[in-house]
Design a protein around this ligand. Structure first.
Ligand code: TYC
Length: 107
């Protein structure tokens, strides 16, 4: 993974070299939605808009990707955020009695 480069760190402005910090990018994970035969399309679109902050057009596109291909990426997040998104999706789905499944994988 690429390291972050901070421009002009500690060089007093006259830059010949750039200092390199040790800060690493956080590891990122895909939140993947899985298709099933029972969860309504509109429920999935609503989840994508409300939980993953997708526009209505993008939410519809992702829902159809999952419906037609079996899976699709709802969003890309650090591990704990991805886990929380999945918890939210699964508890909303179960509340409404739908079998929607979501999983985390390496981005
Ligand atoms: N296949 C579902 C239907 O026909 C719709 C659906 C889309 C379900 C995406 C889950 O992650 C999903 N009602």
């Amino acid at each position: 993974m690429a390291e972050r480069r901070d421009d002009d760190v500690g060089t007093g402005g006259a830059v010949k070299e750039r200092a390199r910090t040790n800060a690493k990018e956080p590891a990122l994970f895909n939140v993947v939605l899985l298709n099933d035969d029972y969860t309504p399309m509109q429920f999935v679109v609503d989840v994508l808009e409300q939980v993953f902050q997708k526009s209505p057009a993008e939410a519809y596109r992702i829902m159809m990707q999952v419906h037609l291909n079996g899976r699709g990426v709802a969003g890309i997040y650090p591990w704990e955020v991805a886990e929380t998104k999945i918890d939210t999706v699964l508890s909303r789905a179960r509340e409404d009695g739908y079998p929607l499944q979501a999983t985390i994988e390496d981005a």
